[in-house]
Design a binder for this molecule. Structure first.
Ligand code: CA
Length: 358
């Protein structure tokens, strides 16, 4: 007998699940899990971060969970990872929450908010500020358990084929920029598109897009984006500290004994720390290579452009909150924490960074 369970949710996802006998899990049971990702296989930082998470789970569990990692397109395309895990085709996924904005604008709060949290601040919100509870509630409607499993660090604003000297230069600009940043660009007169990382270079080189953001020097160098555009702008106003996620099929998670559940979630927390450390360590080396070896021109976005983007970002975020009660709750939590933590960051990191540069 089969029973269809309709999962309530923003995107109206339907999961067909066959009823099975109650699980009898012995300590010796081996759980063979598939992890689908939104990254090219072994891609530096993101793909390798997924690999290390899988390895860590396997080792920490003494082989009781064995995780096999699939790059984008190997089992499912990059942007189908969420649905694949939701319906149980794979047990885990590794991607970015803003890729699922088609299911609800609120997803984007768990990736990055333009002019929002730094990596340190977003971890504070998730782990000690109520963010994780909200994220779990959102994903439960899709039969998923979420976890932060990486952070890109503060990103770069992106690669541009022409200089950006004023807000007017954003008009008509066709740029790959996902999430809330994309909506901000649209309001500034540009045309945002989202395409998977693996297709960026060709799109930029062929002129199908005028600009693209991806992550930071380490990841951008690996895609060779410098060969397709000369100007590399900063700062990553749109993604000041993007969360990379792991999502786990809830039925697969619930079938684990408690110690293995704890291992999976703790491995994600370790992966979160590890990816940020790797990105931080590699970005400066890659930036030096881009500048000295490839003649890339690294430029700051003008202040008036940043101010305009910041005011548009506030509009975009407030409108999302106005459209849906759950988004309002997430927005209120995010905004309240942001207000509090920025006051602290201003006299901690920010004041210290200033002091260090005197
Ligand atoms: Ca990005």
């Amino acid at each position: 007998m089969q029973r269809r369970q309709f999962i309530r949710g923003l995107g109206g996802v339907v999961a067909g699940t066959a009823l099975s006998a109650p699980h009898v899990v012995s300590a010796k049971t081996t759980h063979r899990w598939k992890m689908v990702t939104a990254w090219p296989k072994n891609f530096p930082g993101l793909g390798t971060g997924a690999n290390r998470l899988a390895e860590r789970i396997t080792r920490m569990s003494g082989g009781r969970i064995r995780v096999k990692v699939y790059g984008a397109g190997e089992l499912v395309p990059a942007f189908e990872a969420f649905d694949a895990v939701s319906r149980g085709t794979a047990q885990m996924g590794h991607a970015g929450p803003y890729y699922w904005k088609g299911k609800g604008e609120v997803f984007q709060f768990f990736s990055a908010v333009p002019f929002g949290f730094t990596p340190q601040e977003v971890n504070a919100w998730l782990y000690h500020g109520g963010g994780m509870d909200l994220w779990r509630r959102l994903y439960a409607d899709f039969n998923l358990v979420p976890a932060a499993a990486g952070n890109t660090g503060t990103q770069m604003a992106g690669w541009f084929r022409k200089e950006i000297n004023s807000v007017a230069d954003l008009k008509g600009l066709k740029m790959r920029i996902p999430g809330l940043g994309g909506e901000v660009l649209r309001r500034a007169g540009g045309t945002p598109v989202n395409i998977p990382g693996g297709e960026l270079f060709t799109a930029l080189q062929s002129g199908a897009i005028d600009a693209t953001e991806w992550v930071g020097p380490y990841n951008d160098l690996a895609f060779g984006l410098y060969k397709a555009a000369k100007y590399y702008y900063y700062p990553g106003w749109h993604e000041p500290g993007s969360v990379i996620e792991c999502f786990i099929n809830k039925k697969a998670f619930d079938a684990l004994p408690k110690d293995l559940q704890h291992i999976v979630l703790t491995a994600c927390q370790a992966a979160n720390l590890d990816m940020l450390a790797e990105m931080t360590a590699r970005n400066q080396q890659a930036l030096e290579t881009l500048v000295t070896k490839h003649g890339v021109q690294v430029k700051p976005l003008p202040d008036d452009v940043l101010k305009k983007l910041k005011s548009l970002a506030a509009e975009v975020v407030a409108e999302i909150a106005a459209g849906d009660p759950f988004a309002r709750q997430v927005y209120d939590s995010y905004r309240g924490f942001h207000r509090q933590v920025s006051a602290w960051s201003a006299i901690a990191e920010q004041a210290f960074m200033r002091a260090r540069s005197l």
